[in-house]
Design a protein around this ligand. Structure first.
Ligand code: TAP
Length: 490
């Protein structure tokens, strides 16, 4: 294994100062690929959350009054310093998440730079409307910031997801208290250090700690004006329920079980490569959009799944910091056991075929190095757990279909509705079906990651609200005030 960065004793950012928690408690951050402690971070408690919210409250008015162009300029300066630190941040990310540096961590930092730059130029778009009520009356709307935004993010893409919340919230004049996941706070703290160079104190605060402790205290704080959360549907529901007592607006980006539909006339080499990308296996499929239900037309099912299996088996799995590695390590032992539970249970179903992967060696007694070759199952009953629940790991189900009506029904038979992928020789066939698939983001003959500017978010239990876009920024981080004025002077 290549050497990880030296172990870091980090502090969290409150009111422009890097500090320890009030309790003095600390949390180890472990490289899942090696079991090495790569750093420690403060274990924030309710008192720290209070300090951070108070700091944000003090900074709120002056930041809201800062001209949007100046706020955008600060975001651009931040993007330049992230670019200068790209390699260091990417190594940190790879070390704490287990995500391979070449295929995941470096591209993730690049996407964060892009996202800051996208929002940096949108200051002039925070605009209202004038309304034609009558000639004697002027009526217009203003878009105002909401105030203090509580942002809670998971570990699977911490830098990209932090920026997806910080950049639009700050540009629109809000102040932020962000909590990263306990498994992956280090790169986010490095990002906070860069942001702090260009932002007034208190505008961005980053607290580290456990979800049930710091996360819950933040999300339920009575002075929070907006909650934006990415993570599990289960915690999303908790937050939504709790926020209802205070009528606080909530944006949720939750789980998924996305369909990937292969038509009989698809270019099967192109589609097999695309399906692999859609499953996000190079991030151990720890991705909410992962197209883990692959519906293949029955006329090409056998040949296509064989092609898919050979591609999945060819990936190099191992040390995330090695440039040769395609797929790194699953995040932690809990997720590793959970994923293996799905595999074990599915393998035991009579008739199920395992075309690639399967249970990793030493799956029972492992304490680090949660490496998994992607698994491909066929002949699975549609009601099997693996075909219905989000695995959040490299486990794919291939399912045959006969008619378009049938595949639409199967694709939509899920509580989720985040993304979907369609692979067809005649794109008009895919286009026709795309109207029927219940998902917030569909791609035809491609499987890219989100582009800045593209509204991204889920239908059904995959979430509420849109990110990565001007539309999402205005919806999620501003409120509309109407003003009417008489033009008759009496
Ligand atoms: P969650 O438990 O939902 O964690 C996401 C974030 O919420 C973390 O920062 C977590 O802190 C925090 N959190 C946990 N409990 C909280 C509470 N009661 N109040 C406020 N914040 C709380 O997800 P996870 O454990 O990281 O992953 C579990 C499952 O979530 C996965 O299997 C997958 O299905 C889903 N997931 C979805 C996504 C996306 S992008 N949709 C991303 C990651 C995970 P701690 O990490 O410190 O507990």
């Amino acid at each position: 294994m290549s050497a990880p960065p030296h172990s870091l004793n980090e502090r969290m950012l409150i009111n422009g100062v890097f500090c320890d928690s009030a309790s003095g408690g600390r949390i180890d951050v472990v490289n899942p690929a090696t079991g090495d402690v790569v750093g420690t971070v403060p274990r924030a408690i309710g008192e720290d959350v209070q300090f951070a919210v108070d700091a944000a409250a003090s900074a709120r008015v002056s930041w809201a009054h800062t001209p949007p162009r100046e706020r955008g300029h600060a975001l651009y300066k931040i993007s330049e310093d992230i670019e200068a630190a790209l390699e260091e941040i990417a190594r940190l990310l790879a070390s704490e998440t287990g995500n391979a540096i070449r295929t995941q961590s470096r591209p993730e930092v690049r996407s964060a730079i892009d996202l800051f730059r996208y929002y940096a130029g949108l200051g002039g778009e925070i605009k209202g409307q004038t309304l034609p009520i009558n000639r004697d009356m002027l009526s217009w709307t203003w878009k105002e910031p909401l105030g203090i935004v509580a942002a809670v993010i998971p570990w699977n893409a911490p830098i990209a997801l932090a920026v997806a919340k910080i950049a639009p919230a700050l540009l629109t004049g809000n102040v932020v208290v962000l909590k990263p996941a306990e498994d992956a706070p280090l790169a986010v703290l490095r990002l906070a250090e860069i942001c702090n160079r260009f932002l007034p104190k208190g505008v961005l605060n980053v607290i580290t700690g456990y979800g049930s402790e710091a996360g819950a205290a933040l999300a339920s704080h009575r002075n929070i004006d907006k909650i934006t959360f990415t993570g599990s549907t289960e915690v999303g529901k908790l937050i939504l329920r709790d926020s209802s007592s205070r009528i606080v607006p909530v944006s949720l980006e939750l789980g998924g079980k996305s369909p990937s539909i292969v038509f009989p006339d698809a270019d099967t080499d192109w589609a097999a490569d695309g399906v692999v990308t859609a499953t996000r296996v190079t991030r151990q499929s720890q991705a909410c959009v992962a197209g883990s239900r692959v519906f293949v037309h029955e006329s090409i099912f056998k040949s296509f799944t064989k092609k898919l299996a050979s591609r999945l088996s060819a990936f190099k799995v191992g040390d995330p910091l090695d440039e040769e590695t395609d797929i790194g390590s699953v995040i932690n032992v809990k997720q590793f056991r959970r994923i293996n539970g799905f595999i074990r249970e599915t393998q035991a179903i009579p008739g199920v075929q395992v075309l690639a992967g399967g249970l990793p060696e030493n799956h029972d007694d492992i304490t680090s190095g949660f490496f998994m070759q992607p698994t491909l199952f066929t002949d699975i009953p549609l009601d099997a757990r693996v075909a219905r629940e989000e695995v959040f790991g490299p486990v794919i189900c291939a399912i045959p279909w006969k008619t378009e009506e049938e595949v639409v029904r199967m694709a939509n038979d899920t509580e989720y509705g985040l993304a979907g992928f369609l692979w067809a020789g005649n794109p008009l066939n895919a286009l026709r079906l795309s109207r029927e698939i219940e998902a917030g983001w569909l791609q035809i003959n491609q499987a890219f990651a989100q582009f800045p500017g593209q509204p991204f978010g889920g239908f059904k239990q995959s979430g509420i609200g849109r990110e990565f876009s001007l539309e999402g920024m205005i919806e999620s981080y501003t409120r509309t005030k109407s003003v009417t004025m008489s033009m008759q002077v009496t």
